[in-house]
Design a binder for this molecule. Structure first.
Ligand SMILES: C[S@@+](CC[C@H](N)C(=O)[O-])C[C@H]1O[C@@H](n2cnc3c(N)ncnc32)[C@H](O)[C@@H]1O
Length: 446
């Protein structure tokens, strides 16, 4: 591999003789890892090797074709490189006593860290998952909808827009756009796009992002900053800027059980490197900061519950609320009604909670996400399919259920007892409602 000279120079300056090991490791193959969705099922066909800092994970030791696994399409697991999963470990350490009520993932697409935060938050708080770029926001929506948690709002805003929600979040994650050196092992494009000029542009942008979003962090709230690069100007310098200019405190994470994580001291703080010669995953930097002062806890007001119930579709649940927007119905936790109304006045929301469906005349057309969600009644009628027919369903081709049912109407399609989506059974016909733009377009391999 032809590494850029300035990149090698910076790497040597920072990591000394270890830089050759880092470079050599970047020429080696990296296998994927996956993180299970706690709401769905654990599957041991992936072997037993876990990512060290995440119990609900598997480190794969071979290539795996996720596109042809129906359970991946059903949101049963997320494919995420293992270093990034350290976020869950940090979350547990920061919030082992009291769960955060309000969390912002500012740079969220494609959604790896947002789905992880949702699993960790266990529906005890609300997650605002933001992505500024419209095309990437669509990818984020797809991944979040498949994860199927109700306590989430997806927004498409600039960091500065969050100043309208001042003193609001208990935790803000900034997984910043960066020069991507940590991805060099996986991605030659990242190497070709690297330049000193781009590192400088990234650094300026990162300073602005941190400064602009900070007013929306509560006093006492935490800011987790991460990048997938090794550049001092994008990592240590940002942490020192936050400490010296923005008056944040550096927070130490106990990583004593993981000798493979490289602790680094900035001038005034602490950060953690995941170097590809020492870990299975990509290169990553992460640091935790805290805003000074005591948190101001606004009084929880009692929220009014909507009268709509959709009792023939949803499990009875006193703690959810339902709202309507242009004939589309969404459910989300009742406890966060106030926060959602506050956020909707300040931000551009592109998705909310779990969509139940859209009313067409008197009929509800159920949303795909409802099929994947545990809010749906558990005894809803279904047809089961084998793997070959599950993949045909996901491709929107003609498929055969294991048993032809004698009922009609909206019906779930299940593979290995996991919901894949909807069909509508009409006398002698099966209408496939798997979302057109999410269907498998690769040729099927059996
Ligand atoms: C490293 S990626 C995020 C990966 C994501 N957190 C995950 O775990 O899947 C950084 C994201 O920041 C977004 N971004 C780019 N410029 C931005 C800006 N000025 N402010 C906020 N986000 C930005 C990019 O579109 C990109 O999706």
């Amino acid at each position: 591999m032809n590494w850029p000279i300035e990149f090698i120079k910076n790497l040597k300056l920072k990591f000394g003789d270890e830089y050759t090991e880092i470079l050599n490791s970047m020429d080696q193959k990296q296998f994927s890892s996956i993180r299970f969705n706690p709401k769905k099922r654990y599957d041991d066909s992936f072997g037993q090797k876990k990512v060290k800092w995440e119990t609900e994970s598997r480190q794969l030791e071979n290539e795996y074709s996720f596109v042809f696994d129906p359970l991946w399409h059903a949101g049963a697991y997320y494919v995420q490189e293992s270093s990034s999963m350290f976020l869950g470990f940090v979350f547990d350490q920061l919030f082992h006593e009291k769960q955060p009520q309000t969390v912002l993932d500012l740079c969220a697409a494609p959604g790896g860290k947002s789905t992880h935060l949702l699993s960790k938050m266990d529906e005890k708080g609300i997650l605002v998952s933001n992505e500024i770029l419209p095309k990437r926001n669509a990818i984020l929506r797809e991944n979040i909808q498949k994860w199927a948690y109700s306590n989430v709002i997806i927004t498409q805003n600039k960091p500065i827009d969050f100043q309208k929600t001042s003193n609001f979040f208990d935790l803000i994650l900034i997984d910043a756009p960066c020069s991507g050196e940590g991805l060099f092992r996986k991605n030659n494009k990242a190497v070709n796009e690297w330049s000193v000029e781009n590192v400088n542009i990234c650094s300026i942008r990162q300073h602005q992002i941190v400064e602009n979003v900070l007013p929306s962090l509560k006093n006492g709230g935490y800011l987790i900053y991460s990048t997938c690069t090794f550049e001092k100007s994008e990592n240590e310098d940002i942490i020192d800027y936050a400490i010296n200019e923005l008056d944040l405190l550096s927070v130490e994470i106990d990583v004593s059980e993981f000798p493979n994580i490289t602790k680094t001291k900035t001038k005034g703080g602490i950060g953690y490197y995941f170097l590809p010669n020492k870990v299975d995953g990509s290169g990553l930097f992460m640091a935790v900061l805290q805003k000074k002062g005591l948190p101001f806890e606004p009084k929880q007001q009692v929220s009014s519950k909507s009268n709509v119930t959709f009792s023939e579709w949803l499990k009875p649940n006193e703690s959810i609320n339902i709202i309507e927007k242009n004939d589309r119905f969404f459910l989300f936790p009742l406890a966060f009604t106030q926060q959602i109304s506050q956020l909707s006045q300040a931000l551009y929301i592109t998705y909310l909670g779990i969509e139940i469906g859209q009313m067409k005349g008197k009929e509800l057309i159920p949303s795909h996400q409802l099929a994947l969600s545990d809010c749906l009644k558990s005894d809803f009628q279904y047809i089961a399919v084998d793997k070959e027919n599950a993949l045909k369903y996901l491709k929107r081709l003609h498929f055969e259920p294991l048993d032809m049912p004698d009922f009609l109407g909206w019906t779930l399609v299940k593979y290995e007892n996991i919901n894949l989506g909807w069909v509508k059974l009409i006398q002698g016909r099966i209408n496939n409602y798997f979302p057109l733009n999410w269907r498998i377009i690769k040729d099927l391999e059996f």
